[in-house]
Design a protein around this ligand. Structure first.
Ligand code: AMP
Ligand code: FE
Ligand code: FE
Ligand code: ZN
Length: 284
């Protein structure tokens, strides 16, 4: 229920992700590139060919500002109306800001003596929704680091002086926006502490009030304690739970499609939460 392709920071094309899903005999997979729907048309064609059911998704870059200092987080949107103008405009705003933001990060690294140019980053990013992993790939290409993990540890994590944030949705607005188009929202890796600060349970309560449908529980960045906590929270707030690989191709170590799975009943509940295209309210 959570994978990336070359439309954002995955290393396989949408077609190759679906081919791999078929090889691994997965029934259903969601493609959820960062702030873009760009991979979904190609993924649908491949999905029909290989007989894997594709869930149209997106991972929205968000922040929660409930306690003052904003915490950055990711929200998975599924089965939304891709043609909704407000959603498309919001995604474009976030995506467009990723470029100057990554340029600033590149400049900060170069100013500190790390030999890297924007042209090198742009060359590895191509037309994708650009992010820090592309800067990592450029640093790998120049030989500055061995892999993305080393790039993040040394130069790219939120605590480094090179880090620059990019525009993001207010998470409560993002939830309402996706639901307003008929879609469903799930909070991605809510307790992935290695990426930076995480939100308190209070934020998840507010998100639930705004219409959040579920929590991504089984994720590589969650410990057994994290998962137990999230399962308890999901039960208390009546949220569905998912498991995912957050697949990025060769971008993450030992990362394989299907490394965590979503239970069929949770998938059925997710589908039942969506508004089918025929029943969506007309746009005016
Ligand atoms: P950005 O949206 O440009 O800030 O980049 C965030 C992305 O970086 C995440 O979606 C992950 O794919 C990737 N990422 C974050 N932390 C790490 C890490 N420690 N190692 C490898 N990739 C990471
Ligand atoms: Fe990513
Ligand atoms: Fe994420
Ligand atoms: Zn992801």
């Amino acid at each position: 229920m959570h994978t990336h392709s070359t439309a954002s920071d995955g290393t396989l094309s949408p077609t190759a992700v679906l081919d791999r899903a078929a090889l691994l005999e997965l029934d259903v997979i969601a493609l959820t590139d960062h702030d873009t729907f760009a991979g979904l048309d190609e993924a649908q064609i491949a999905a029909s060919r290989v007989g894997v059911s594709l869930v149209e998704g997106v991972e929205l870059s968000c922040m929660w500002s409930g306690n003052g200092d904003p915490v950055r987080l990711h929200l998975l949107g599924y089965l939304m109306d891709r043609d909704d103008p407000a959603l498309a405009e919001g995604l474009r705003r976030v995506r467009d800001d990723r470029v100057p933001r990554l340029q600033r990060m590149t400049e900060r690294l170069a100013a500190d003596g790390i030999e890297i140019t924007w042209d090198q980053v742009a060359a590895v990013a191509g037309s994708s929704s650009v992010g820090r992993p592309h800067l990592a790939d450029a640093l790998i290409a120049t030989g500055a680091v061995a892999d993305r993990e080393e790039a993040f540890d040394r130069y790219l994590h939120q605590g480094t002086p090179y880090y620059v944030p990019h525009a993001a949705f207010e998470v409560l607005d993002a939830i309402r926006l996706v639901i307003g188009t008929g879609g469903v929202t799930v909070f991605a890796h809510p307790l992935a502490r290695s990426r930076g600060r995480t939100v308190p349970d209070e934020a998840i309560e507010q998100m639930t009030d705004a219409g959040l449908a579920g929590l991504e529980v089984d994720h590589r960045d969650h410990s057994a304690e994290d998962r137990a906590h999230l399962r308890g929270l999901a039960a208390r707030l009546d949220l569905l739970t998912t498991g995912s690989s957050d697949y990025h191709g060769t971008g993450k170590k030992d990362n394989e499609l299907g490394e965590n799975l979503t239970a069929p009943d949770q998938w059925e509940r997710l589908q039942a939460t969506a508004t089918p295209p025929g029943a969506r309210r007309p746009r005016v």
